[in-house]
Design a protein around this ligand. Structure first.
Ligand code: AMP
Length: 415
């Protein structure tokens, strides 16, 4: 079932969204991107004559009521975004009466789901090493089902539009789906777009496919790199990871970031790339600095010959050119993670060059997917957001999807 096929008229829809928006000390929203992201799905249901029950988590209250993380604070913003009044249910597990009273076109926002430990389904106040932990976990799984069943009882159909939590098997993101038959549960527009974006880079690949993986550590990206080696034509590895690869191959990296325990892993990745015929590109030159600071002295040097006392902070000009060619000739592009310490302008040139190359390739017909907070920030800073194909809203969920893992939030709808 898809949201466009479903007849919402006269029905109550319970919709899981990601309204985990950042708030300042006064409870004011500092970035409403996530609320705006859910609006198309929510308006579609209202315009079709449905009634809306909206649910979300906010922050990490760890199963306890916490006024600072109350969704009551965002009622005015949600109301403004939807252009209708929004009612509030102060206890998400005791909202049956409010839900039952909802009429077509009306909206009820439930309090933060994570005020209940059942949402995440992890036992609280008991250590994993405790012999009673397994029993507590079983009991919690049972009460998680009850909690999900209660939420499900409020509505006729279930829509999941929270991509940010799609990699979690929580009550509201996955377990709840068991209480709706397959004709009454569906993905929202945002989820559909995210799932399609992942499809485009994992299964509907137009070649050549160039993936650019940056960031600080190879250890946190290994799952993705391994899966991408089976998919891509060109794999650009940049950012702090570069120096682990250089050292593994006998290079001198001065004081650059390095994961010494991952040197063998780097060699394995290089060997796998060769075996699979993947063109793996590393930065051959580096902008090195004598301090980790914006006003440090800098020099360009080979990435495998960085003097002692200097550290690699960004890719150098020859690497920018090398990467530009692999990106601009591609028909499918995935970018995750910056090429350098882009938070400092002086070391942002590599990431900016990548962003410009992706925009250029996209204008020539390539499909480009940008994921991860830093790469997205870089695209936004350069005002290139409308010149790439898709910017993912999900950090962890996108990465897990690209690793090839099944997302429980998607699987629960599609099974
Ligand atoms: P990650 O969270 O692993 O995606 O890494 C993102 C971080 O990597 C950013 O904060 C960058 O500043 C950092 N980074 C990128 N290149 C380097 C580098 N050459 N040295 C140190 N940190 C880097």
């Amino acid at each position: 079932m898809t949201i466009n096929e479903y007849a919402f008229g006269g029905k109550k829809a319970i919709v899981r969204v990601d309204f985990n928006v950042p708030l300042d000390d006064n409870g004011r929203i500092t970035d409403d991107t996530r609320i705006r992201g859910a609006v198309p799905t929510l308006k579609k249901i209202l315009n079709d004559g449905g009634a809306l029950i909206i649910m979300s988590h906010m922050g990490k209250p760890k199963g306890k009521v916490n006024g600072k993380l109350s969704l009551r604070q965002i009622v005015p913003a949600v109301s403004e975004a939807l252009g209708v009044p929004v009612q509030f249910a102060a206890d998400c597990a005791k909202a049956a009466a409010e839900a039952a009273a909802l009429k077509s076109g009306e909206v009820l926002l439930l309090e933060n789901l994570r005020f209940y430990p059942e949402e995440e389904g992890k036992p609280v106040g008991i250590d994993k090493a405790d012999p009673a932990y397994e029993e507590a976990k079983k009991a919690m799984k049972a009460s998680q089902k009850e909690f999900a069943k209660t939420l499900a009882s409020y509505a006729d159909c279930y829509v999941n539009d929270a991509f940010g939590t799609a990699h979690r098997k929580h009550a509201s993101t996955a377990v709840i789906a068991d209480y709706f038959d397959k004709d009454n549960k569906m993905l929202g527009y945002l989820m559909e777009k995210e799932v399609q974006a992942v499809e485009n880079v994992l299964n509907n690949i137009r070649r050549p496919f160039t993936a650019i993986m940056g960031g600080s550590k190879v250890s946190t990206k290994i799952g993705i790199i391994t899966n991408l080696l089976n998919k891509v034509d060109n794999l650009v590895i940049c950012g702090g990871m570069t120096y682990t690869f250089m050292k593994a191959q006998g290079g001198k990296i001065g004081d650059s970031l390095c994961e010494d325990e991952q040197l063998q892993l780097a060699l394995d990745i290089l060997a796998q790339a060769k075996e699979k015929g993947v063109n793996l590109l590393l930065a051959k030159d580096t902008v090195a600095a004598n301090r980790f600071a914006e006003d440090a002295d800098t020099q360009i040097c080979p990435s495998s010959a960085i003097p002692d006392g200097w550290m690699g902070m960004d890719i150098g000009p020859a690497s920018r050119e090398l990467f530009a060619e692999a990106i601009e000739n591609a028909k499918t592009i995935l970018w995750n993670g910056p090429a350098g310490v882009f938070e400092m302008d002086k070391f942002a040139k590599g990431s900016e060059a990548i962003a410009h190359s992706i925009a250029k390739a996209t204008s020539n017909g390539a499909y480009s997917l940008i994921g991860g907070g830093d790469s997205v920030a870089c695209i936004n800073k350069l005002h290139l957001a409308d010149q790439v194909s898709y910017i993912s809203t999900g950090g962890g969920a996108l990465l897990e999807a690209i690793e090839g893992k099944e997302l429980p939030g998607v699987a629960a709808i599609c099974k």
